[in-house]
Design a protein around this ligand. Structure first.
Ligand code: ATP
Ligand code: MG
Length: 170
């Protein structure tokens, strides 16, 4: 699904929609260059899940842990500064028992991360951003299909995305 995020508020809106529609457990890769809007999306997502207080970008800490209002826990990772996937071992991420992983710069942790359910690829597009949502696991594919079918993202669909979502409709 291809979306156009006209401004930062639209990125926030997408974060809230993803929070509202996400499955009980989800691993999400947030891809895109410096400044593409990954942290903006993650912050809005965590806010929508009821996280209050500061949501820092985990640029130096690599990972931040957030207990969730509904129970469980979210991890927000930023692997831009990681030296190699082996560094992930020291973070004991698998033992954290998180129900949601939001991973910025996942390619830098390749080999040390669980496979994603959903990949969100963000890119600068004029004054705004483009966002491509790609379901990877069966759960992720069903998630994107659900978002398409319920029309929750219609206001953010690009004309291209609109066309492709219509052609996949029965
Ligand atoms: N849809 C949008 N349109 C215009 N500006 C946006 C949009 N979404 C986010 N921004 C702005 O882009 C800037 C960079 O965003 P952000 O820090 O989220 O990027 P990032 O992908 O996390 O970068 P980094 O890789 O450096 O962590 C912020 O000023 C944010 O407000
Ligand atoms: Mg960031």
């Amino acid at each position: 699904m291809d979306l156009h995020l006209h401004d930062a508020a639209a990125t926030d809106a997408l974060g809230a929609l993803l929070a509202r529609t996400q499955p009980a457990e989800a691993i999400v890769f947030l891809e895109g260059d410096l400044g593409a809007g990954k942290s903006t999306l993650a912050r809005a997502w965590l806010r929508a899940l009821g996280v209050d207080g500061a949501i820092r970008s985990p640029t130096y800490t690599l990972v931040e842990h957030y207990p969730l209002a509904a129970g469980g826990k979210a991890l927000h990772l930023d692997l831009y500064r990681i030296a190699g996937a082996r560094e992930l071992e020291f973070l004991a991420l698998d033992d954290a028992g998180a129900s949601l992983w939001l991973v910025e710069w996942p390619e830098r942790g390749a080999g040390g991360l669980p496979p994603p359910d959903l990949a969100v690829a963000l890119a600068v597009d004029g004054a705004g951003r483009s966002a491509r949502l790609l379901g990877v696991s069966a759960v992720g594919i069903a998630w994107v299909r659900r978002m398409t079918e319920t029309g929750v993202c219609d206001a953010l669909l690009t004309s291209e995305g609109r066309k492709s979502s219509q052609t996949t409709d029965p």
